[in-house]
Design a protein. Structure first.
Length: 196
């Protein structure tokens, strides 16, 4: 009796897990922008990864499948796709209302990402200033490390963080710092065109 009860329990658990997987599955989509092909991975309304600046749809898909081979292609979160396309056209888009799925983070990493989200469109700060804003003034390198592992560029605008000596630092996109510079110039031009 004990063994058959545990088997029935396992079957119920598996059924429950299968039902949860339907609702908790990950989706991916790729779409063109003026900054290259973008790929998004997420579940329902939560964005978990954003891969930007690919030279072709195939390269964007290859990267997405490498990051999340279990994900299913689906044209999801169309509002975010449109906002990202508008951003790539030089429009100052607010991404504050989108849900971001971030991995387990240390308190320092959370503070750094939160402070990064506060950097205004068209402005930059240094890694040292970012560390200071995150209450760790001597942790510029650590702040840089958090930026280099940012899974959701643009929504967490790591491109707005630069080196103290004016160097761009790094940027983990296929076009590297070339894309970072292009985005910064685009934002600055857009800001200048709307200034009184």
């Amino acid at each position: 009796m004990g063994q058959s009860a545990s088997i029935a329990s396992v079957k119920r658990s598996k059924k429950k897990l299968d039902h949860q997987n339907i609702h908790q599955g990950r989706f991916w989509v790729t779409f063109p922008t003026e900054l290259g092909w973008f790929g998004m991975i997420g579940d329902e309304e939560t964005l978990c990864r954003l891969s930007i600046g690919h030279s072709s749809e195939k390269k964007a898909i290859d990267q997405i499948l490498k990051l999340a081979p279990e994900a299913t292609e689906q044209n999801w979160n169309i509002a975010l796709q449109k906002d990202l396309q508008d951003f790539a056209l030089g429009k100052n888009v607010s991404f504050r209302n989108y849900s971001l799925g971030l991995p387990q983070l240390t308190p320092f990493q959370k503070r750094v990402l939160r402070e990064t989200q506060k950097i205004p469109y068209g402005k930059t700060i240094t890694y040292g200033a970012l560390a200071k804003r995150a209450s760790s003034p001597n942790a510029a390198r650590a702040a840089g490390s958090v930026m280099s592992s940012n899974r959701i560029p643009i929504l967490i605008p790591c491109h707005r963080v630069v080196g103290a000596n004016g160097h761009l630092g790094g940027f983990s996109a296929p076009q590297g710092t070339t894309l970072k510079q292009k985005i910064l110039q685009m934002e600055q031009l857009s800001n200048e065109s709307i200034s009184p």
